[in-house]
Each structure stands twice: as structure tokens, then as C-alpha cells.
Design a protein around this ligand. Structure first.
Ligand code: ADP
Ligand code: ADP
Length: 226
């Protein structure tokens, strides 16, 4: 059984814009898949449909054998990390990370255990009481990651998570992401317009243009293509 399947998935927005059409993809558990393509080609829309933040207008999305097409985001085994992190600026790090667990109705003792553990793993324990808006870009990115991982998703969806970081930090977080993914063994779907990121991180690259899948390649194959 695949972790994630997109079957002929399409999206037409209310204003008539066709953002995605006939998107087919099957992802194995523990795979690191990148969606690569220029701005406007439908990467974010596809990710949001997998997460359940956007309705789909045709096709089906299957996660672990279950059709989740009509399942709301908080009841899907997915977490999404947004490009701008979408942290609550006035809440401290702990509360930001805990939030998704509270939304899902997880009891206080379990929340405490899970938040403590994920902050430790991402090296955030010392800043647990700091307000999110006082922290650096790298720290915010780690908080966003912690917030996504704390709900223990089967699939982590990352929307250009390195876009706002400088080149040095990007390299560091990129390495951390790869280690984390290997260690946790969960599926990562990563959106980027930067070929180097797609090649450096993923097991497979889904190349998109104009709302369509152009090709799905092993990153090494993509690199050697003339
Ligand atoms: P990417 O993530 O690759 O930059 P998007 O998924 O954001 O691409 O956008 C795909 C297409 O859908 C673009 O033409 C974009 O303008 C359009 N689009 C995105 N969001 C909306 C929306 N809420 N309403 C109408 N069109 C949208
Ligand atoms: P409440 O949810 O009623 O505000 P909590 O005890 O859950 O009370 O949290 C109060 C504050 O203490 C939170 O803002 C959080 O930052 C912090 N906190 C709670 N548990 C821990 C912990 N194990 N380690 C570090 N900080 C914690």
C-alpha cells in the first residue's frame, strides 16, 4: 500500500483558473518527494489539496489506503509547514508547538510529553518560553517544523520552507531536514522552485509546469539529462 496517492487530481478555482490538472502520483512510505517548477505552476495548490486546506475539483486523494478527499485537515494524518511559518507571534515557542495538539483534543499530560520531546529533538528547549516574534529566521523555521512534527503525522508537507532563509542557514536546515526525515522514517513532500534543493534533498522529483506533471524522475537522472 502506498502512503499517498493522487489519482487524476485537478483544481479549478472559483474564478475559473485551472491550477492543477490530471495529477497522478504514488508515494511510498518514507520517501522524500520534491515538487519542482516555476512560480504559478500549481505546486502549493497541490500541497494544500493533500493537506485538505483546498477542496479538489476532480479526482481522488488516498492516504494509507483511505480516501480522504472529503476529510477535513485536522483529521488527516498530514502536517503542513508554511513558507512564512505562520506562527502565532505573541505566543511563546511552547504554546506555538502545543497548539495543534490542543486543536486535536490531545490531553494535557500527553501534550506536555510530546512538546517537550520535539523541542528537545530540534534544539529548542532553551527558548521554550520566548515569544515567537522575537526569534531569528532559523529558529522560527525550527519551531514551524516542531509544530508540524508534534502531531506525529504520517506525511509532512513542506511549502518552500527554506525560501526565507539566507544561503548559509538554508544549507544547515536542509541537512537537518534530511537527517530528521531519515530518522523519523516518515514521508516528506517538499515544494520548491529551486532545482538545487530538489536535487539535494529528494528521492524523487516531480517536475511541474502549467498545472501538469511534466516528468517524475530520480534526481540523478534529472541532473544528467541534456
Ligand atoms: P505555485 O505554488 O507553483 O507557485 P500555485 O498553486 O500557488 O502555484 O498557483 C497555481 C495557479 O493557481 C496560479 O495561476 C495562481 O495564480 C492560481 N491561484 C492560486 N491560488 C488561487 C486562488 N485562491 N484563486 C484563484 N487562483 C489561484
Ligand atoms: P496553561 O495551558 O494553563 O497556560 P501550562 O502549564 O500548559 O498552562 O503552560 C504554562 C506555560 O508553561 C506555557 O506557556 C509553557 O510555555 C510553559 N510550559 C508548560 N510545560 C512546560 C515544560 N514541561 N517545559 C517548559 N515549559 C513548559
Amino acid at each position: 500500500m502506498h502512503d499517498l496517492e493522487l489519482i487524476q487530481v485537478g483544481k479549478v478555482y472559483d474564478d475559473g483558473t485551472t491550477a492543477v490538472s490530471n495529477f497522478d502520483l504514488a508515494v511510498e512510505k518514507g520517501e522524500f518527494v520534491a515538487f519542482l517548477g516555476p512560480s504559478g505552476c500549481g505546486k502549493t495548490t497541490t500541497l494544500r489539496m493533500i493537506a485538505g486546506f483546498e477542496t479538489i475539483t476532480s479526482g481522488d486523494i488516498i492516504i494509507k489506503g483511505r480516501n480522504v478527499t472529503d476529510v477535513p485537515p485536522e483529521r488527516r494524518p498530514t502536517s503542513m509547514i508554511f513558507q512564512n511559518y505562520a506562527l502565532f507571534p505573541h505566543m511563546n515557542v511552547w504554546k506555538n508547538v502545543e497548539y495543534g495538539l490542543a486543536v486535536r483534543g490531545i490531553a494535557a499530560a500527553e501534550r506536555k510529553r510530546r512538546v517537550g520531546r520535539i523541542l528537545e529533538k530540534l534544539g529548542l528547549t532553551d527558548i521554550a518560553q520566548h515569544r515567537a516574534d522575537r526569534l531569528s529566521g532559523g529558529q522560527r523555521q525550527r519551531i514551524a517544523l516542531a509544530r508540524g512534527l508534534v502531531v506525529e503525522p504520517d506525511i509532512l508537507l513542506l511549502d518552500e520552507p527554506l525560501g526565507a532563509l539566507d544561503a548559509n542557514l538554508r544549507r544547515i536546515i536542509q541537512n537537518e531536514l534530511k537527517l530528521l526525515q531519515t530518522e523519523l522514517g516518515i514521508t516528506f513532500v517538499f515544494v520548491t522552485h529551486a532545482q538545487s534543493e530538489a536535487l539535494g534533498l529528494s528521492d524523487r522529483v516531480v517536475v511541474m509546469s502549467n498545472g501538469k506533471v511534466e516528468q517524475i524522475s530520480d534526481p540523478r537522472e534529472l541532473y544528467t539529462r541534456p
